[in-house]
Design a protein around this ligand. Sequence first.
Ligand code: BG6
Length: 484
Amino acid sequence: MMTDAPATLFVIVGGAGDLTGRKLLPAIARIVEDKNWHETFHVLAVGRAVKDDETYREWARKSLMLAGLSAETVRAWCDTSIYYASNAEESGGWAAVAGKVAAIEAKHGLPGNRAIYLAVPPRAFPTVIEAVGQVGLNKSPGFTRLVIEKPFGKSLESAGRLNEVVHRWFEESQVYRIDHYLGKETVQNLLVFRFANALFESAWNRSLVRSVEITVGEHLGLETRAGYYDQAGAFRDMIQNHVSQVLTLVAMEPPVKLDADSIRDEKVKVLRSILPIAVEDVVYGQYAGGVIEDETVPGYLEEPGVAEGSTTETSVSLRLHIDNWRWQGVPFYLRTGKRFPERLTQIVVRFREPPVALFEVAGSEVNSDAIVITLQPNEGFELHFDVKAPAEDMRLETVPLDFRYAEEFRALPDAYETLLEDIVIGDQTLFVRSDEVEAAWGLYQPILDNPPMPEPYAAGTWGPPSSQKLPHATGDAWWEDSGD
Ligand code: BG6
């Protein structure tokens, strides 16, 4: 079947790595299967773990079967569309990759559209980009797109340097910086929820909103990622990117148009409007041993590969203020952490209380209405508001009006499916622009330069006690503590 998607060769650097096996190949194969895009996706995996095409295809087949793809797609797609190039790091290695690209394109009659996908550890980004540029893989008869996984730099300065290397060889319109949270259906829905529903958007401002809370919690611990995580920490791993992306979509102004740059312009404006974050408004935590889902789990310092006495933070909670007309005076609480009680990404928008306290609410101090948007899991939306408890004196109860994706729609696609499809069709909306990534680093750099000492929290709790208290200073409470 013909498709509108142009046939594209994905050159995946790090092609035998964990991300490729677990996410990228399954996502591509699922698009191929769902949309019947057999002619669209071709892959040249570049790595050093495997010797030849056939050994790689064997590995790819296993990854795809594990991911639940049908045997038919696996066989058909692996056998015809996947290739491997090893030893790119050796002298002449990248020239050989370029030669193989040309050979694959000739064999399949491809128009020369390429996506160079960097699925390698970040320290390798500059070297690979230089090598790609030097052998001329940044230019082609069709389009060439550079796809870069997170983290993009580890400070304002290093992100700036990486942007320089990128722009030496690629125009910004060719660059697709991945933040996989933007590929999540529920994250994209934030724009629709806000700008297609005048009811909510008219309440979405300082006159009616009292506070906004964004939580990205995980029950998982470090897993086997000490080498990366012990250097990065929760701030660089989550706040600078995923949490900030959600924040900008919650807080941005309506874009002039629904195109990539109009949306990204508005997101950057949010980051630039945030006031410097006060040191006392940031709490770092580090998980100690504890119990999650009835299982006893070790503390961060006992995890394999973590440096002795490491002060890396595994949770961050902070308060910030957006100094613009819409949000002036409204506190935003952001929070992320590993070994929290559950996996939960949630936005809570609390509304102001009525100007006159006509009704008493038994057992609850905070009685503002709230919109709770759950981005994962159990994706959905609740509007919490007060009703009179029947057959009682004027006692109010807060009840939710509830919508769940699973009840209305089929299963949500994986974020990578959305992102890979957008790379092929050339839509940059869900990718992070260079000024955006630098604005986020710029905002947080003072904290990264002068970080607080992490306080311990038991695995299975929502962070250290100081984090729990953070909203109290302004009379607020985290959603799970508020009794609503
Ligand atoms: C990654 C972080 O970017 O996002 C991980 O490096 C984290 O530490 C993961 O676990 C969370 O993603 P998701 O999609 O499972 O919420």
